[in-house]
Design a protein around this ligand. Structure first.
Ligand SMILES: [Mg+2]
Ligand SMILES: [Zn+2]
Length: 208
């Protein structure tokens, strides 16, 4: 059997991480991508990491907006980032409510497992970046590393609740740009970040 080469990825939360957290993003007019997002994602592209968005969108399951809005928002993000030369390799959304008890709503790992199957990714040693406790717990549940950003709900969640969290993030940083600084620093790519290179290949010593 041919050996499939797995790559580690960077999983990004959407609302509060790539774009402004507006409560339920229930209309395309409420999408505001952070000004630092495209440059940050482009650096991940250049370092060779697959970049995958994983987002809980229970507003769809609650009937606040149609499922089609999720695809519309993701197409807009994809387009607007592409204009700045940044690429998101895949988007995954969970449209369910917590009471639906699905396997994909973060902090459950269904979206990551699906991405791993569909894109030959290794979850251990991958990174999860997000602004909520669920993102930190998701990383823990997938044996990935977590970076908590203080944008979106992040600053409030961190200030008021982080003492009670069952799992601490590996890093707490200001925003996605600082998260990418952290990833590239930990991956030893910072000094050659302008040289296209595949830093995502899995080596045993890189997996905690
Ligand atoms: Mg978020
Ligand atoms: Zn779900």
């Amino acid at each position: 059997m041919a050996e499939v080469r797995l790559r580690r990825a960077v999983f990004l939360d959407r609302d509060g991480t790539i774009c402004e957290e507006v409560g339920y993003l229930n209309h395309i007019s409420r999408l505001h991508i952070y000004p630092f997002a495209s440059a940050a994602i482009r650096r991940l592209n250049d370092a060779g990491f697959p970049v995958v968005v994983v987002t809980n969108q229970s507003g769809a399951g609650r009937g606040f907006f149609p499922d089609s809005l999720i695809a519309e928002v993701h197409e807009r993000i994809r387009h607007d980032l592409a204009v700045s030369g940044a690429r998101i390799d895949a988007f995954y959304a969970c449209p369910h409510r917590s009471e639906d008890n699905c396997d994909c709503r973060k902090p459950r790992t269904g979206m990551l497992e699906r991405a791993a199957r569909e894109h030959s990714l290794a979850l251990p040693g991958s990174w999860v970046v997000g602004d909520r406790q669920a993102d930190v717990d998701l990383a823990h549940n997938a044996n990935a590393r977590s970076i908590f950003v203080l944008t979106g709900y992040g600053r409030g969640e961190h200030e008021w609740h982080s003492r009670d969290w069952p799992h601490s993030p590996d890093f707490v940083v200001e925003d996605l740009a600082a998260a990418v600084d952290t990833i590239l620093w930990r991956e030893g790519a910072a000094s050659k970040e302008h040289v296209p290179a595949d830093r995502s290949a899995v080596t045993p010593e890189e997996i905690r």
